[in-house]
Write a protein that binds this ligand. Structure first.
Ligand SMILES: Nc1ncnc2c1ncn2[C@@H]1O[C@H](COP(=O)(O)OP(=O)(O)O)[C@@H](O)[C@H]1O
Ligand SMILES: [Mg+2]
Length: 364
């Protein structure tokens, strides 16, 4: 049965009365998807005071790693050609609230992950706090509006399984499981914005996420594959529009990766993107900034996951060894040029998603 032949519950809910759903996607890897998801989420939580949920659906789990909510182990796994090969497995940490005060398990998956939402024998999933929120000591002075950022991490093995067993996990089934979680677990009312970090390549999961989304943001780097990649995403979104009657926005944003702006050669290479009517593309002078903050972000948000309260109780030496996950947007001065550039880009994306600009920075 085709996607269009059945009803879409999400399409029945007025978009203004629920969380906006955004996917950051590109079938190429290394174009800045995960980086954009993290900065968009943090920026909108901090600067717009909104409640944001990030969802990691990439088996590489880089996003989950950035917030310290996964454990990684290396295993010797059987490999079709080499016989055996070392493989990294990432799975969420046991949820910090999984055991109650008496040591009894709570009624949700101990390691709550995005794949738990998609599995046949799924369990209730509980989001992880990233401690980027209004009552954190760091945020209290920054944002009187009170935004927050939570995450549903990925589980690399389970996500691989879903990817390779497409016959058991077709797009429609995955879509329905996401839709049911968002509606029946009240996720759409608990947040203002939900952002999916998606895997590279095309899979049933990507199609399901386009169907779910209101807006798909495609970071692109200056390369020959760019137009093809954007076309693939746009075609899927148009098909999704046709099947449920909701309009999806597709926005491409150029991430030059190696420098702060495009060279003449890169501009020429990207000309079709800037001129292609189906893409809402940022103008060529508004590229995702090559930001110092992005490098710093990786240094400050390392596992293990620790909440600010427990952090305060550590000795000075222990504190140096573990740092709580925290946004570099919080502690970088307003005058920092990287922060200013990032603010301007997040502001424009906020306008596309919510139809209004961020509050001026002085108000934050
Ligand atoms: N604008 C940028 N400035 C600096 N580093 C960046 C930028 N965009 C991406 N990177 C770096 O490039 C690498 C790939 O980015 P990532 O977001 O993981 O891509 P993807 O999720 O598409 O695979 C990462 O090491 C990231 O830190
Ligand atoms: Mg990624």
């Amino acid at each position: 049965m085709s996607l269009s032949a059945r009803s879409f519950r999400l399409a029945q809910i007025p978009v203004d009365s629920r969380a906006k759903i955004v996917s950051v996607a590109n079938r190429k890897g290394g174009v800045g998807k995960t980086t954009l998801v993290s900065y968009l989420g943090e920026g909108i939580a901090l600067w717009a005071g909104k409640r944001v949920l990030l969802i990691d659906t990439d088996k590489q789990c880089n996003l989950s790693g950035a917030y310290g909510v996964i454990e990684s182990t290396t295993v010797d796994a059987a490999h079709a050609f080499a016989g055996s090969a070392l493989r990294a497995i990432h799975q969420p940490i046991i949820h910090p609230e999984y055991y109650d005060e008496d040591g009894n398990p709570m009624p949700f998956a101990a390691r709550s992950s995005s794949s738990e939402i998609m599995k046949e024998d799924r369990q209730y999933v509980c989001q992880y706090g990233t401690y980027i929120q209004h009552d954190s000591p760091h945020l209290g002075t920054v944002n009187k509006l009170g935004g927050m950022l939570d995450i549903v991490p990925g589980d690399s093995e389970a996500l691989s399984h879903i990817h390779t067993h497409a016959e058991k996990y077709p797009a429609r089934t995955l879509y329905e499981r996401w839709e049911s979680w968002l509606i029946d677990c009240d996720i759409l009312n608990c947040y203002d914005l939900i952002i999916f970090d998606t895997p590279p390549l095309d899979a049933e999961l990507n199609e399901a996420l386009y169907q779910l989304s209101d807006h798909v943001i495609v970071p692109v780097n200056p390369s020959r594959d760019t137009l093809g990649s954007c076309n693939t995403v746009t075609m899927s979104c148009l098909a999704a529009n046709n099947s449920d009657g909701r309009m999806r926005l597709v926005t491409t944003i150029v991430n030059p990766l190696n420098s702060g702006k495009l060279s003449k050669r890169e501009e020429i290479l990207l000309e079709p993107i800037f001129n292609y009517p189906a893409f809402g593309c940022f103008p060529k002078n508004e590229v995702f900034p090559r930001s110092r903050l992005i490098q710093e972000r990786r240094d400050i948000s390392v596992p293990p996951y620790i909440d600010p309260e427990s952090f305060e109780k550590l000795s000075a030496e222990e504190k140096r060894a573990v740092k709580p996950p925290m946004s570099s947007l919080i502690w970088n001065k307003k005058s920092d040029p990287s922060r200013k550039k990032l603010f301007s880009i997040i502001d424009k994306l906020h306008q596309r998603i919510f139809g209004e600009p961020l509050p001026p920075e002085d108000d934050n």
